[in-house]
Design a protein around this ligand. Structure first.
Ligand code: PAF
Length: 292
């Protein structure tokens, strides 16, 4: 075990699953609960809020920091993804130095074979992110399943910003009969309502400021959806971005929250969400809002 020393605090940090497993087995007893927050690092307040929730609901909390290569369909995106382990460890230990950190290498976690398993998520994988990032959800399913096997958590916490990912992880757990509660947590936003994301670090100050257009589009859509069809709202959102030179809309989709299928005719018994993906200077940002 490596002990991270910061401001006289010590926090257990593991880089290898063998030592990490031995440690977990030594501290866990039959009824102790373990909360788990899988991350790719570059931690922000959104991640810290998931940790806070886990700390309040479990005896132990584990955070993994691992930039998973198999979920990136674009090698440039993978290369550019921020890697900030030292400052991530500092942020976690400032929050609570009892948190256990697992920060493996690709070699350790994939046993030298970083390839994706192929999953059937009952069609959830074919919508939105799945259309624009081929193979992405196979990569997510593979790594989350593997992490669940290594960590064996009672509760696992995921942000609702990646709502499609949350639904896919729930489906993976259900189909594989895994004994984990998957808990969706509210989106944490910056002061201009930009959803917190590790990718925000890659934006210029101006881009970060102007990225408020994403949330303002969502909130106006919510208002419009009260009286207009999904198609009319989608068209309006697309037009809203045509005027903008900095932000390029990849998709704006209103979909059934459970199936993620596009909303063709509104059904008052269903819950709908707007989903958006936008490029600014090759940096991809996503967000979502519940509409009804
Ligand atoms: O949401 C993320 O940060 C990643 O997709 C996850 C769940 C940690 C898997 O690599």
């Amino acid at each position: 075990m490596f002990v991270f020393n910061f401001n006289k605090t010590t926090m257990p940090v593991f880089y290898r699953k063998a030592t990490f497993n031995t440690y977990l087995n030594s501290i866990k007893s039959q009824n102790s609960t373990l909360g788990f927050i899988p991350t790719m690092g570059a931690l922000h307040l959104g991640h810290l809020s998931l940790m806070q929730q886990s700390l309040s609901e479990n005896k132990f909390t584990v955070v993994s920091i691992f930039v998973n290569p198999t979920q990136f369909n674009n090698p440039v995106d993978l290369a550019k993804y921020p890697r900030t382990l030292e400052s991530d460890l500092e942020k976690i230990s400032n929050l609570n130095d009892q948190i256990i950190v697992y920060a493996p290498s690709v070699e350790d976690l994939y046993d030298g074979n970083p390839i994706s398993q192929s999953f059937d998520f009952d069609g959830l994988e074919n919508q939105m992110e799945g259309k624009f990032r081929p193979g992405h959800f196979d990569g997510v399913g593979t790594i989350v399943k593997r992490l669940f096997e290594v960590v064996n958590p009672t509760n696992a916490y995921f942000g609702e910003k990646d709502f499609q990912q949350l639904q896919i992880v729930k489906k993976m757990v259900q189909k594989n009969h895994l004994n984990v509660n998957v808990i969706g947590c509210p989106i944490y936003r910056e002061s201009n309502n930009l959803a917190m994301s590790s990718r925000n670090e890659l934006l210029t100050v101006q881009e970060r400021h102007d990225a408020s257009i994403i949330y303002s589009t969502l909130i106006t859509s919510k208002e419009k959806f009260k009286t207009k069809s999904a198609q009319t709202v989608e068209l309006w959102a697309k037009k809203n971005f045509e005027k903008d030179k900095t932000f390029k809309l990849e998709y704006f989709q209103i979909a059934d929250e459970a199936t993620l299928l596009p909303c063709l005719i509104k059904n008052k018994n269903k819950k709908y969400r707007a989903f958006i993906a936008v490029f600014v200077n090759n940096i991809r940002l996503i967000d979502t809002i519940l509409l009804n």
